[in-house]
Design a protein around this ligand. Structure first.
Ligand code: MCN
Ligand code: CUM
Length: 806
């Protein structure tokens, strides 16, 4: 070796593979305003569509008259449900097995529901024309409170379902009832409660909120009447699924539909579902023969496309006097709005809420979820939710704190006492999951030591005494949250969307010069896939990440995949990427053996090529092998170097984490200050530590927003309050606390590279940490549970109610 030969370490560093804090390659264009978003796509002759929306939450639509609107110069067409009936699209199926109006068909079910679609030469004309469409409404009684949904005299929201006693998920008990989902052992759980030393019961609400991504939902549909081909550009988290649904609904063959999701400015689950805007743009393009663009504004986004949460969870825990938990009972009232448009895997009407036993070894549990209709916007599965895991984690983490309070135990100690132990993995949970791996004790102790938990408790005690003596008006809370996530939907044995199994895919092509193009069935909305997917490939096949291009979102070129949500990309597509890479490496090994004139079994892999065992000087780099694959492949071998993998995961992955929040609250103003927030995440093997940190920072900021103020509220007649950033809390750098991040690494035993998802963990664990901090602060004044969101007004009110204002 001469001095110029790079060392093994240098060759490894040159790859920027797994574990490297590689800078995000996509940010070069994002930070310069050079991204290519839907609204950047401008096609010749393109028209613009916009909606006439209902001012009422519940009303009959007795008349729609577009005469005046059509007189406005530049207005091309006004579509109503009657027009859509001609193409059988006045209603569309939802992913949850319900049907949803595309445009108001005789009535409206929530404020701002789509009533008519105006097509005009530009957006401003379309907007003006909306004011000219005359719609007559006859108001109906409004149902806002989900707890009143199933009252005998509750208004009938869905006359279209009249007489329908069976829904998509079993029998319906009432005209506003959607489904009951039951899991676990009811009798055994009842027995545990009968035998318990201590029990707690609390109704824990997780309020309605909204992900509000920077870029709203939008699309362009372009029908070419000559070729019969439809191209749709859109903000789609799952472009392939959108193509399949578009084909099934329009009867245009799937190969003649081209779905392109260009750069996306944040999705957070808001961009999984199919919305009336997409259908109307497609129909309008078919009708007019020119491209139609539809772009939501902020108010439309906040008030109509996929909300999040609205789960009202009554949790009961049974325990022994020493704190050992013996049973868990949860009932959920799930407010789905006017249509059940939850984007869950088909067999899971409440997502993976049955992870609600959390990180604790409950011998038995029983869960029942009732979904109901109300006069609110549909949606429900969005906002870093992991399919309702965030609701489940909030429920159990509040529950454990309430139990600790009743037992007079420290909430961290109570958790540790009940953790699933390392030797219990793979762990079978009482509600049906097999947790793949975990080491909760190590994570918890590391977290407690790092923040100095016992010292903080001592400080809190001193402050409480000082408060009682009247020396301070500040109270201190320590929020403990230990969550178990479940991500990676999913195994075809239990996960599908409209019958399509939830696998994912990767296609990797190595060019003669050793550069690579790779495509996946996933679609980044800001998660950095272009950076991280290349890192997996780099490590697996020894080609620098800088020489690997990652492309997603074009259904013509990318292999079929189910898309990006539920933090599934790493667990599912990440595995496909590793396996496709390994196919390439296997072929490369045969080529190298031929080149070096040895048996392939005499070769070993070393960073970026194959070397002869015991003779590392005899080696071929991947770059040399790539050239040979096209130039002189071994006799009988196909030339070329590429591979495809479709991966059906054997199980979900179960990331976990220990989060701590230290908060000081001024009881006279209700202002809460987060003094410290520490988040330890374990997502198994870490592909890019810097991207993980970014994901955690973003998710924690959203968790902070949700717990401390964000809410989509409705008044008693169904007016949506919080449909603009005047009323809907979006934290800026000013309000956002400083985040401390940490990690442990417990690889997934069934994932090819041991990686688990992380994108939603910070929201799953963050919200309970904030809410537990607030509740922990008020506990010594006699409170058990204060509902979210914990904005200053409500905290002031809580302090007042607890007598803290003297
Ligand atoms: N990663 C890693 N090592 C791991 C796990 C993940 O380096 N062990 C990296 C991945 O390579 C990827 C990122 O972290 O670049 C997120 O990966 P993963 O956890 O698999 O999640 P997904 O890519 O499937 O992203 C979905 C998830 C969801 S469901 C929501 S909601 C959310 C989130 O990601 N929406 C986001 N994070 C978001 N971040 C941004 N910027 N924008 C959104 O819309
Ligand atoms: Cu539930 S929000 Mo993400 O799964 O896109």
């Amino acid at each position: 070796m001469n001095d110029m030969t790079p060392t093994r370490e240098q060759r490894e560093a040159a790859l920027e593979g797994m574990g490297c804090k590689r800078k995000r390659v996509e940010d070069i264009r994002f930070t310069q305003g050079k991204g290519n978003y839907v609204d950047d796509v401008k096609l010749p002759g393109m028209l613009f569509g916009d909606f006439v929306r209902s001012p009422y939450a519940h009303a009959k639509v007795t008349k729609i008259d577009a005469t005046e609107a059509l007189k406005l110069p530049g207005v091309i067409a006004v579509l109503t449900a009657e027009d859509l009936k001609g193409v059988n699209l006045a209603w569309m199926p939802t992913l949850a097995g319900d049907v949803q109006m595309v445009l108001a068909d005789g009535k409206v079910l929530y404020q701002n529901q789509e009533v008519a679609f105006v097509v005009a030469e530009d957006r401003y004309i379309a907007d003006d024309a909306i004011q000219l469409v005359e719609v007559e409404y006859e108001e109906l009684p409004v149902l806002v409170d989900p707890f009143k949904s199933m009252d005998a005299d509750a208004p009938v929201l869905r006359p279209d379902l009249e007489g329908k006693t069976e829904g998509a998920h079993g029998p319906r008990k009432h005209h506003n009832h959607i489904f009951t989902w039951e899991v676990g052992d009811k009798d055994e759980t009842a027995r545990a409660f009968k035998d318990a030393d201590v029990t707690i019961k609390e109704m824990i609400s997780y309020h309605r909120t909204h992900p509000s991504p920077l870029e709203t939902c939008q699309c362009i549909a372009s029908m070419d009447k000559i070729t019969g081909e439809l191209t749709v550009w859109g903000t789609f988290q799952a472009p392939h699924v959108i193509r399949t649904v578009a084909s099934l609904l329009s009867t245009i063959p799937e190969h003649k539909i081209h779905v392109i999701a260009p750069d996306i400015g944040g999705g957070f689950g808001n961009k999984v579902g199919a919305y009336p805007g997409y259908i109307c743009a497609i129909v309008a393009s078919i009708v007019t023969g020119v491209p139609i663009k539809w772009v939501e504004d902020r108010m439309e986004n906040l008030s109509t496309t996929s909300f999040a949460r609205d789960y009202h969870m009554t949790a009961e825990i049974a325990a022994k006097n020493d704190g050992t938990v013996t049973g868990l009972k949860v009932h959920v009232l799930a407010d789905h709005g006017g249509f059940d448009a939850c984007a869950d895997p088909s067999k899971w009407p409440a997502g993976f809420f049955n992870i609600v036993t959390g990180s604790y070894d409950f011998p038995t549990a029983h869960l029942e979820v009732d979904g109901v209709y109300t006069n609110k916007a549909p949606g429900g599965v969005a906002y870093r939710c992991s399919f309702r895991v965030t609701e489940a984690a909030y429920c159990i983490e509040r529950g454990m704190d309430i139990l600790a309070q009743k037992l007079g135990m420290d909430p961290a100690d109570l958790r540790i006492k009940n953790f699933v132990k390392p030797e219990q993995f793979p762990y079978q949970s009482a509600l049906g999951w097999e947790y793949d791996s975990g080491d909760y004790h190590t994570a918890m102790h590391k977290a407690m030591d790092t923040i100095g938990y016992r010292e903080l408790r001592a400080e809190q005690k001193a402050k409480q005494e000082a408060f009682r003596r009247g020396e301070t008006r500040e109270i201190m809370g320590i929020g403990v949250s230990f969550f178990t996530e479940i991500v990676g939907a999913g195994p075809s044995k239990n996960c599908d969307i409209l019958g399509v199994a939830m696998f994912d895919s990767a296609e990797i092509r190595v060019h003669p010069t050793g550069s690579v193009i790779s495509r996946m069935g996933t679609k980044s909305q800001g998660q950095g896939h272009e950076t991280t997917w290349a890192q997996i490939i780099a490590t697996e096949i020894g080609i620098p990440a800088a020489d690997i291009m990652v492309e997603e979102g074009n259904t013509d070129t990318a292999p079929y995949g189910l898309g990006t949500y539920g933090s599934r990309s790493t667990p599912v597509a990440g595995a496909a990427i590793a396996l496709a890479s390994r196919k390439i490496r296997n072929k490369a090994q045969m080529i190298a053996a031929h080149m070096l004139e040895v048996s392939e079994y005499d070769l070993e892999w070393d960073v970026d090529g194959f070397q002869v065992k015991g003779n590392p000087q005899a080696r071929k780099s991947m770059k040399e092998i790539a050239w040979a694959a096209y130039h002189a492949p071994p006799p009988g071998m196909e030339p070329g170097l590429e591979a495809v993998s479709y991966y059906d995961p054997p199980n979900m992955t179960f990331p976990f984490g220990a989060y701590f929040c230290v908060m000081d609250i001024d009881v006279d103003t209700g202002v809460a200050k987060t003094r410290r927030f520490y988040a330890l995440d374990d997502c198994g093997t870490r592909i890019n530590p810097m991207i993980i940190e970014g994901q955690v920072h973003g998710g924690l900021t959203e968790a902070f927003a949700i717990a401390m103020g964000q809410e989509i509220r409705y008044d008693e007649i169904g007016n949506v309050l919080g449909a603009s950033f005047m009323d809907f809390f979006i934290p800026t750098a000013v309000e956002t606390p400083h985040w401390e991040t940490d990690h442990t690494v417990t690889p997934s035993p069934h994932h090819p590279i041991g990686a688990k998802g992380v994108g939603e963990s910070p929201n799953v664990g963050g919200v309970p940490a904030f809410s537990n901090a607030v509740n922990d602060a008020f506990q010594f004044l006699g409170s058990t549970h204060i509902q979210m969101p914990h904005d200053a007004w409500r905290l002031w009110q809580a302090a007042k109610d607890l007598g803290a204002h003297g």
